[in-house]
Design a protein around this ligand. Sequence first.
Ligand code: HEC
Ligand code: HEC
Ligand code: HEC
Ligand code: HEC
Ligand code: HEC
Ligand code: HEC
Ligand code: HEC
Ligand code: HEC
Length: 454
Amino acid sequence: MKTKNIIFMIIIVFALQGLVIALIPPPPVDQRIGVYDSNFANFTEYKCRGCHTAGVPDDHHSLVPTGEYQCTNCHPVLPNGSGITMVRNCMQCHDTTFNGMVVPRPHHETKDAQDRHCSRCHGNLVNDYDDNHIIRDGPPSSMTPDTKYRAINTTSGRKWGGCEACHEQNTTLEPPISFNNKTHHRLGSLSGFNPQNSSKCAVCHGNHSSPYGSDYIRYCEQCHGFESLHSIQYDFTNTSGQKGYGHIGDGNFDCNGCHASYIAGEVAPGASVITPVINNLSTSKVYAEAVTVLTINGTNFVTTFDGVMHTSVVIVTDGINSTTLTPDSITPSQMVVTMPALIQEELYGVYALKNGSVKSNKLPLVSTPLVKVSFANKIGTTITINGSGFGLSYDPLYSDWYNVTIKNGDISRNISITNWSETMVVVTSTDAASGDIATVNSINGANSTTVTDG
Ligand code: HEC
Ligand code: HEC
Ligand code: HEC
Ligand code: HEC
Ligand code: HEC
Ligand code: HEC
Ligand code: HEC
Ligand code: HEC
C-alpha cells in the first residue's frame, strides 16, 4: 500500500510538472491556477483522473444503494456468459451513450452551471452574475479592457489592452492551450452551440444591435468583474513584484495588459483577498465513519495585502450541507485538516474559504463505506457474518467480485449464500468449521475474520 502511494505521488508530481510550463511572461499564460485552458474535446481519461484521483469506482457504486442503477447498467454481462464488461475510459460513457443509457457530459450540465453559478466549482477566479459585484455602466473609457486587445506594438508584436494580450492559444503544447472563444464555446448545452440554442449566447454576449457590439466586455464582466480580476495572482506572496504571474504583479506590465494606456501607480481597486487555488488533495477518497487527515496543496491560502492578513478555512460540501473545518496548520501553499467522519457513500466537493467570503476552486472527494467484518458465528450448518459496508444486495452474476469465501488454509469450503444485507451475510456450509477464515468481498472492499462456534 505504501509503495503504491509513493508511486502514485510520483505520477502526480510528473503530471503536475506536465502542466506547469515555464513561459514567463505570457502569452500564453502559465497553467498553474484554474482549469487547464483547453477544449473539453481534448480531455481524456488521464485528464479526468487528474482531479478524480481516487475512488472512481466508489463514485459510481454509491449510485447502487440509491436504486438509480444496478450492476448490469454499467457492467453488462457479456453475451456468451464469459464475464462482465469493465469499461474504465470515462469518455466511453460520459458525453455519449452506453448500454442504452444517455450519460451526460459532466460538470456543465449540472444545475449550478446551468444557473450560471460558475463560482460553485471555479471559485472566485470568477464572479456569479447575481453576487452584486460592481459592473460600471456607461461607455468604455480608454482604459476599459477589450475582449481581445486594443493596440499592438508593431516592433515587439505584443498586444495591449485586453484578455488576448496574455490569454493566447498555443497549439504546440499537449494538450493545446485553446483560444478564449474555444474554451467558452465547448461547454455543452451551456454555450448554445451543441445543441444549437442561440438564446444561450447571451450568457456571455450582447445582441448584435447592442451599442458597443456583441463582444462588449461588460457582458464578460458578469463573470469577470474587476474585483475578481484584480485578485488573481499565482503565489502572490512571492510574485507580487514580478510580471507574468497574474493580473496584479508587475504594475506596468500586468496592468497595461488589460488597461493599455493606463499608467499604474496605485494598488488595483477591489484587490485585497487574493483568490486561493487548490491544486491537489492528498486523497480524493475517504472512508465513512473514519477520521481522515487531509493535506491540501495550492496557492494563496494565507496572504497579506496592504498590511492585513487574510486566512482560509476548508469547506466540505455535498451541495446541500457544508462542514467548515479549521486547518491544523496553514501556509500560503498548504493546509492540513482533520476531517471528522463523513456519512456513507457520497460525492463531496472540497474548497478553501478565505476571509469568510472568497472561495477557491473545488476538487471532488468521495466518501465510501469501510468493509468491516466483526464476527462470523457458526450454528450447525449456518454461518452468520456480521459487520458493515457489505453493499445492499447480492447478485450471483457478479460473484467473481462480490462474494463470501470460507477457507481452511488453501482449502475453500463449499458455501451457498442465503441472505445478504449491508451489515449481515448468512451462508450455509456443510464442511466449514470453527477456526476457518471467512472473507466478505464486496464492491467496497474485502475484510476477514475467524469463524467461531456460536
Ligand atoms: C460542477 C462544477 C462546475 C461548474 C458549476 C462549472 N464548471 Fe466550468 N469546469 C468544471 C471542470 C471540472 C472543468 C474542467 C473539465 C471540463 O472541461 O469539463 C471546467 C472547465 C471550464 C472551462 C474551460 C476552462 C478553461 O478555460 O480551460 C470554462 C471556460 C468553464 N468551465 C466555464 C464555466 C462556466 C461559464 C460556468 C458557469 C456558467 C461553469 N464553468 C460552471 C467544473 C464546473
Ligand atoms: C453507474 C455505473 C456503475 C454501476 C451501477 C456499477 N459500477 Fe462497477 N464500476 C463502474 C466504473 C466506471 C468502474 C471503473 C472505475 C475505474 O476504472 O476507476 C467500475 C469498477 C468496478 C469494479 C473494479 C473495481 C476496481 O477497484 O478496479 C468492480 C469489481 C465493480 N465495478 C463491480 C460492480 C458491481 C458488483 C456492481 C453492482 C453492485 C457495480 N460494479 C455497479 C461503474 C459502475
Ligand atoms: C460504464 C460507463 C461509465 C464509465 C466508464 C464512467 N462512468 Fe462515470 N458515471 C456513469 C453513469 C451512468 C453515471 C450516473 C450519471 C447520472 O446519473 O447522471 C456516472 C456518474 C459519475 C459521477 C457522479 C457520481 C455521483 O455520486 O453522483 C462521477 C464523479 C463520475 N461518473 C466520474 C467518472 C470518471 C472520472 C470516469 C473515468 C475515470 C467515469 N466516470 C467513467 C457511467 C460511467
Ligand atoms: C479540474 C478538476 C476536474 C476535472 C479535470 C474533472 N472533474 Fe469531474 N468533478 C470535479 C468536481 C470538483 C466535481 C464535484 C462538483 C460538485 O461538487 O458538484 C466533479 C463532478 C463530476 C461528476 C458529477 C457531477 C456532474 O457533473 O454530473 C462527473 C460525472 C464528473 N465529475 C466526471 C468527470 C469526467 C468524465 C472528467 C474528464 C472529462 C472530469 N470529471 C474531470 C472536478 C473535476
Ligand atoms: C498581463 C497579462 C494578462 C492579461 C492581459 C489577462 N490575464 Fe488573465 N491571467 C494572467 C496570468 C499570468 C494568469 C495566471 C495563469 C496561471 O498561472 O495559471 C491569469 C489567470 C486568469 C484566470 C484564472 C485562471 C485561468 O487561467 O483560467 C482568469 C479567469 C483570467 N486570467 C481572466 C482574464 C480575463 C477575463 C482577461 C481580460 C479581461 C485577462 N485574464 C487578461 C495574465 C493576464
Ligand atoms: C460561456 C461564454 C460564452 C458563450 C455562452 C458564448 N460565447 Fe462567443 N465568445 C466567448 C469568448 C470568451 C470569446 C472570445 C473573446 C472575443 O472574441 O471577444 C467569444 C467569441 C465569439 C465570437 C468571435 C470569434 C472570433 O474569433 O472573433 C463569436 C462570433 C461568438 N463568440 C459567437 C457566439 C455565439 C453565436 C454563441 C452562442 C451560440 C456564443 N458565442 C456563446 C464566450 C462565449
Ligand atoms: C458565465 C460566466 C462567464 C462569462 C460571461 C465569461 N466567462 Fe470567461 N471564464 C469563465 C470561467 C468559469 C472561466 C474558467 C476559470 C478557471 O480556469 O477556473 C473563464 C476563463 C476565462 C479566461 C482565462 C482563460 C481561460 O480560457 O480559462 C479568459 C481570458 C476569459 N474567461 C475571457 C472571457 C471573455 C473575453 C468573456 C466575454 C466575451 C468571458 N470570459 C465571459 C466564466 C465566464
Ligand atoms: C485582467 C484584466 C485586468 C488587469 C490585469 C488589471 N485590471 Fe484594472 N480593471 C479591469 C476591468 C475589467 C476594470 C473595469 C473597467 C471599466 O469599468 O471600464 C478595471 C478597472 C480598474 C480601475 C477603475 C476602477 C473603478 O472603480 O472603476 C482601476 C483604477 C484599475 N482597474 C487599476 C488597475 C491596476 C493598478 C492594475 C495593475 C496592478 C490593474 N487594474 C490590472 C481589469 C484589469
